[in-house]
Design a protein around this ligand. Structure first.
Ligand code: CP
Length: 305
């Protein structure tokens, strides 16, 4: 990579992760700083997004940058057949940084390798979503007071869920115990289980999701079954209602438990959970602003001090 792009959470060491989280804390204290006056951010979303795009664009605006780009590839020349390479080369003529979401796994790595300006991966297919992971880590640290020695329950679509894949990689620095809770059709892919074994990360696997299992959790990380990742919609229909967290299921949960979800949710968290103080997913999304301010400054080499 010829620049400071962030395409995978594996690009970040433990020290770098902790340093970025500390910087994010400074942005939480004061999100409005004109550190990027005169800069232009290219925001290229080939796939739909609410939180990631809007929080990146808000971060850019609060730091004094301007934003160009598209939120629907159908309105770009990609719809006429322009290649990803040509799109990246064009936008890098105009922007100092590219934030890109793309449906193809590896698209962000490719963009980062050919782009003259840095690229931040805002999600590439079922592969990675590193800025989401950084805000997940920030949320875990803020609510637990530590990232170390936590029991983290990952629930739902563990096959296609790029957020759980990135989180699993990042947590290797912090001695976690994972609990994978998924239907057979959406279980954690073998490569991630091998990763856990090679890194001495203990994990359990089950298809059951109940009060007893939740009682062991420090972090309950819920995910949506992603309709858009299924080539056969009959397969989606079979698993779309696999799990539903209700408030009653939290009766015996630990006092420090927090429920995270990258969002959007469909029906996997009942609305009666929203009022429970252990529900943290809306604050989690808010934390995305501070973390993305820190990430933008870092890849642009801006000294936040
Ligand atoms: N968490 C997340 O990536 O949300 P969006 O798809 O709305 O950006």
């Amino acid at each position: 990579m010829k620049n400071r792009s962030l395409v995978s959470i594996n690009d970040l060491s433990r020290e770098k992760i902790l340093s970025l989280l500390e910087t994010a804390g400074k942005f939480e204290e004061n999100p409005n700083r004109r550190l990027l006056a005169g800069k232009v951010i290219g925001s290229l979303f080939f796939e739909p997004s609410t939180r990631t795009r809007l929080s990146f664009e808000t971060a850019a605006n609060r730091l004094g940058a301007r934003v160009i780009g598209f939120s629907d590839a159908a309105t770009s020349s990609a719809s006429k057949g322009e290649t990803l390479k040509d799109t990246i080369m064009m936008v890098s003529n105009y922007a100092d940084l590219i934030v890109m979401r793309h449906h193809l796994e590896g698209a962000a790595r490719y963009a980062g390798e050919i782009s003259p300006c840095p690229v931040i991966n805002a999600g590439d297919g079922a592969n990675q979503h590193p800025s989401q992971t950084m805000l997940d880590l920030y949320s875990i640290l803020k609510t637990q007071g530590t990232l170390e020695n936590l029991h983290i329950h990952l629930v739902g679509d563990l096959k296609y869920g790029r957020t759980v894949h990135s989180l699993l990689f990042a947590m290797r620095h912090f001695n976690p115990t994972f609990h994978f809770i998924a239907p057979e059709e959406l279980h954690m892919p073998e490569e991630y289980r091998i990763f856990c074994r090679e890194n001495n990360i203990p994990f359990t696997e089950t298809t059951e999701f109940n009060e007893e299992i939740i009682a062991e959790a420090d972090i309950l990380y819920m995910t949506r079954v992603q309709r858009e990742r299924f080539s056969d919609l009959m397969e989606y229909e079979k698993v779309k209602n696999c799990y539903r967290l209700t408030n009653a299921m939290l009766a015996n949960s630990k006092p420090n438990l927090r429920i995270l979800h990258p969002l959007p949710r469909i029906n996997e968290i009942a609305h009666d959970v929203d009022e429970n103080p252990k529900a943290y997913y809306f604050q989690q999304a808010q934390n995305g602003l501070y973390v993305r301010e820190a990430l933008i400054c870092d890849v642009l080499g801006i000294d936040v001090e």
